[in-house]
Design a protein around this ligand. Structure first.
Ligand SMILES: [Zn+2]
Length: 325
């Protein structure tokens, strides 16, 4: 998921440094989730189905026929936390996920748009009642109304699966203004992730196909080199060597073009041509963009007995956990 710039509000001396402005804290209207087109039917006053999938709340049909789900924030979170983190993970990790997901929504909601969120990775994955789990529901209820704040506004939170040893700065990942609590931290907590360390072989034919728009016309990939790295060690630029010259490809474009399954993260270690010169073998650490919360790290900290508040202050240093009334 991506983040948007947080609105900054003028500090008021009567409140603590990071307290959210009370006007923002009291906005508790129904969320509007754009579900898309399909057959919607009410099953009760506060449940409906869309193409057979059960949702909480009510729905409205837009002028273009698409369905918007009007749902209470906390009930929306039951489903989101269930799909964004395994229900068997420790309660403190699920509580961290609930607080991050809630903060993400509060920071983004904008009454000027005709919906707040889409139900995919573009925002947060939301699958209605069908996706809900008991572990996630308990975590949402245990943290009801809690959100992360910074400088009198909701914090801009982000999360991804496994940082691979160091979280990424949002400015390096997305080129937006640096946020002090998203600068990146060393993370020793995610080594149990199956993606903590990975190895891949990338065939030059496949790279030629997938990178074609970034390469000289009709060229063929012959090698890769990491051209530049950012402070966390992630590849900022990849030098793609072809038979017709080199192309300097930004790291984010490289990963997007080649595919996140093939390149799980930009924390790439070594790159070496295979002996048959038909592919490169690469290895690296982590899965995802690495900004903000490391979900496997939250699991590791929770298993070590850390509380949700301790985990959040580790990954988002300088923010405050606030309870909205
Ligand atoms: Zn980590």
């Amino acid at each position: 998921m991506a983040i948007a710039a947080a609105p900054l509000l003028a500090p008021r001396t009567a409140r603590a440094q990071n307290d959210v402005d009370p006007a923002m804290a009291s906005q508790r209207q129904a969320l509007r989730v754009l579900l898309g087109h399909g057959d919607a039917a009410a099953v009760s006053a506060d449940r409906f189905t869309l193409d057979g999938r059960l949702y909480r709340g009510t729905f409205q049909r837009q002028d273009d026929g698409s369905i918007v789900n009007l749902v209470d924030l906390e009930e929306y979170l039951y489903s989101v936390v269930s799909t964004e983190m395994p229900a068997r993970w420790p309660p403190a990790a699920l509580q961290v996920q609930a607080i991050c997901a809630r903060t993400y929504v509060l920071q983004r909601s904008d009454p000027r748009r005709n919906y707040d969120l889409v139900p995919s990775e573009l925002d947060q994955v939301y699958g209605g009642v069908t996706a809900e789990t008991a572990g996630a529901t308990s975590a949402v209820d245990a943290t009801s109304g809690e959100a992360l704040a910074f400088a009198h506004a909701f914090a801009s939170v982000a999360y991804s699966s496994c940082c691979g040893g160091h979280t990424e700065s949002s400015a390096d990942a997305w080129g937006n203004a640096a946020l002090p609590y998203l600068g990146g931290v060393p993370c020793p907590w995610c080594i149990d992730s199956p993606n903590y360390r990975w190895q891949r072989s990338l065939a030059f034919d496949t790279l030629t196909q997938r990178l074609t728009r970034a390469l000289p016309p009709a060229s063929r990939v012959q090698d890769l080199r990491i051209e530049a790295r950012d402070a966390s060690g992630r590849a900022r630029a990849v030098d793609v060597v072809t038979d017709l010259g080199d192309a300097n490809v930004p790291g984010s474009l490289f990963r997007r073009s080649v595919g996140a399954r093939v390149v799980p993260s930009l924390l790439i270690g070594s790159v070496a041509r295979t002996p048959d010169a038909a592919a490169v073998a690469i290895d690296g650490n982590g899965l995802g963009h690495g900004v903000g919360l490391c979900q496997w790290g939250a699991r590791g900290m929770a298993l070590a007995g850390r509380s949700a508040a301790e985990i959040l202050s580790f990954y988002f240093p300088g923010t405050d956990l606030q309870h909205l009334t």
